[in-house]
Design a binder for this molecule. Structure first.
Ligand code: SF4
Length: 217
């Protein structure tokens, strides 16, 4: 039997559509890389098509995988708190991930997050590109290296670019901490500082999008 071809591209699964619900429905059947096989379900982006801001994370975690929704676990709770602290209404934000299936390794009875590799991020990029093409927002916040590299290239380093506004394909992009990275920081002072950085970067993005703190643009 010939060896199975590796799955490396979501493009054949991405429909031509002008509708986020149609895109989400199609993504449920994606087999563009191997990650679909061990995950519960595709976790697509959520938020209105006329969102003022897009926030992109890395991939769904254990709770998101079970719920089928992005940022509903511990990292989502941090994101909610920081958005509220920045005066941003999450219902005006489209929230998604660079990779739509949960990648994990077993540790005892637990499923531990495993970072998607560059091939998986590239394979899943057509979904993110399709979402960005349909959402009105022209300002994007990348949470962590995986999201940033999906939109800004593999050489991009978040730690060297906090607060910078980068222009790409008609959008303004700010890269900052992923809430999970903040949760993993052992030093409480470093954790607080990183939360402030995340809040300030979200606030900067919201202002760029035309909003003032506590207001909807
Ligand atoms: S991670 Fe992305 S490319 Fe891979 S199967 Fe899931 S939706 Fe498709």
């Amino acid at each position: 039997m010939p060896p199975k071809k590796p799955r490396t591209d979501a493009s054949p699964f991405v429909p031509e559509t002008r509708s986020l619900p149609a895109l989400e429905a199609a993504a449920r059947a994606c087999e563009g890389c191997d990650l679909f096989a061990r995950a519960t379900q595709t976790v697509f982006g959520q938020g209105p098509a006329d969102a003022a801001l897009v926030v992109v994370g890395e991939q769904p975690g254990d709770e998101e995988d079970k719920a089928g929704a992005p940022f509903v676990g511990p990292a989502g709770r941090v994101l909610d708190e920081v958005l509220a602290g920045a005066g941003i209404d999450r219902s005006r934000v489209y929230v998604t991930n660079a990779v739509k299936h949960f990648k994990w390794e077993p540790r005892g009875k637990r499923r531990m997050h495993s970072r998607p590799n560059a091939g998986e991020v590239t394979a899943c990029h057509p979904w993110l590109a399709a979402e960005l093409a349909l959402v009105a927002a022209k300002v994007v916040v990348c949470l962590g290296a995986t999201a940033a590299q999906s939109l800004l290239g593999n050489k991009f380093r978040v730690t060297q670019s906090f607060g910078q506004v980068l222009a790409r394909e008609g959008r303004q992009i700010i890269a900052t901490y992923h809430p999970s990275a903040i949760l993993r920081m052992p030093d409480p002072a470093a954790r607080d500082k990183a939360r402030e950085q995340l809040r300030d970067d979200l606030k900067r993005a919201w202002t760029l999008a035309g909003g003032e703190s506590g207001s909807a643009p």
